[in-house]
Design a protein around this ligand. Structure first.
Ligand SMILES: Cc1cc2nc3c(=O)[nH]c(=O)nc-3n(C[C@H](O)[C@H](O)[C@H](O)COP(=O)(O)O)c2cc1C
Length: 308
């Protein structure tokens, strides 16, 4: 499962020793009540359980801190198996600050903290690698002012979160990694199934291009299509040896610029007669859906895997 958010979990034991460890088997599961869950696994090497699990059992509380780029290497140090009772705050140099509603400390350098009460702990197995789901209700959230926009929304670039991929791979969630995708959901959108065949089977348009068109809530009006057909670039495309393909390439330039309605109008600007002539030979292959056949590798240990 990748990328995964990282819970930087702060707890204290029955003697008040501070503990801090990263957990990326982690996510949010409910907004109201606000529930987040992470999983502390038994070690594969010797089947032992971890300090965080012990501490949430005895205290019923924790703080989940966000991990951003600025603290990712200190977070990695906190994942080291230091002996029980050793504070990862000291080992990492991160600063513990008191919480409002729980005894566990917050990480001052982290841009967001969730103070949590543990609602339930579900044991998933007894063997090495078995998880314990630690179900937490967030009772207070702190967000650093510096990561907010002027409308008090979280700015992902300022937040600069890190996610965990497999093994030693991480993803930095800012800059080019951020994509803004606006999808209208009311009224319902057209859907791929209602797109004309020459668009669905286009050798030029990608799955994302088709998604942009399928996500529109209405087709272009006849006026918009007529207007597109009067534009110099469309007239030029229609005069090409293969006008359909030329129009698809032209439409793609608009879709790439997020001028979706315009691109759609261009695509629908193909003259019916020509359209029929070009496609009489059969539909073009769609590069987004072919070659998706699966190859069964057979059972490998715990479960079977299919490579597609
Ligand atoms: C980014 C990252 C994510 C991790 N996620 C998990 C996880 O989801 N579950 C788990 O049991 N261990 C996870 N680990 C390993 C623990 O952090 C590590 O075993 C740590 O020593 C546990 O500390 P504790 O005994 O103080 O709880 C992760 C390590 C890293 C670096």
């Amino acid at each position: 499962m990748a990328p995964r958010p990282i819970a930087f979990v702060s707890t204290i034991d029955e003697e008040g020793n501070k503990n801090l460890a990263p957990y990326s088997f982690f996510n949010a599961f409910s907004s109201n009540p606000p529930i987040v869950v992470f999983s502390s696994n038994r070690r594969g090497s010797d089947n032992t359980t971890k300090d965080t699990l012990h501490n949430v059992r005895v205290s019923g509380e924790c703080v989940i801190n966000a991990v951003n780029y600025a603290i990712v290497r200190q977070m990695a140090v906190a994942s080291v198996d230091f002996p029980t009772g050793v504070s990862e705050f000291e080992k990492t140099g991160l600063t513990p600050i008191p919480s409002d509603l729980v005894k566990a400390f917050r990480v001052a350098e982290s841009p967001a903290h969730m103070e949590c009460k543990v609602k339930d702990i579900i044991t998933l197995g007894e063997g090495g690698g078995a998880g314990h789901l630690i179900i937490c209700e967030v009772v207070r959230m702190h967000i650093a002012h510096e990561v907010l926009t002027d409308r008090n929304r979280i700015d992902p670039d300022k937040m600069d979160l890190m996610g965990r991929m497999g093994r030693a791979y991480y993803v930095r969630c800012s800059g080019d990694a951020i994509h803004t995708i606006v999808q209208e959901y009311n009224p319902v959108s057209i859907g791929y199934d209602h797109l004309p065949d020459h668009i669905k089977n286009s050798p030029v348009l990608t799955g994302n291009d088709l998604g942009k068109l399928a996500g529109q809530v209405s087709f272009p009006t006849l006026e918009e299509i007529a207007d597109a057909r009067e534009q110099a670039d469309v007239i030029q495309a229609l005069a090409q040896h293969n006008p359909t393909e030329a129009l698809h390439y032209l439409a793609k330039t608009y879709l790439d610029k997020e001028e979706v309605k315009r691109g759609f109008s261009v695509l629908l600007g193909i003259a019916k007669k020509k359209y029929k002539r070009i496609y009489k030979k059969g539909p073009f292959g769609n590069p987004t859906t072919k070659n998706l056949g699966g190859r069964l590798l057979g059972g490998i240990g715990l479960f079977s895997m299919v490579i597609t």
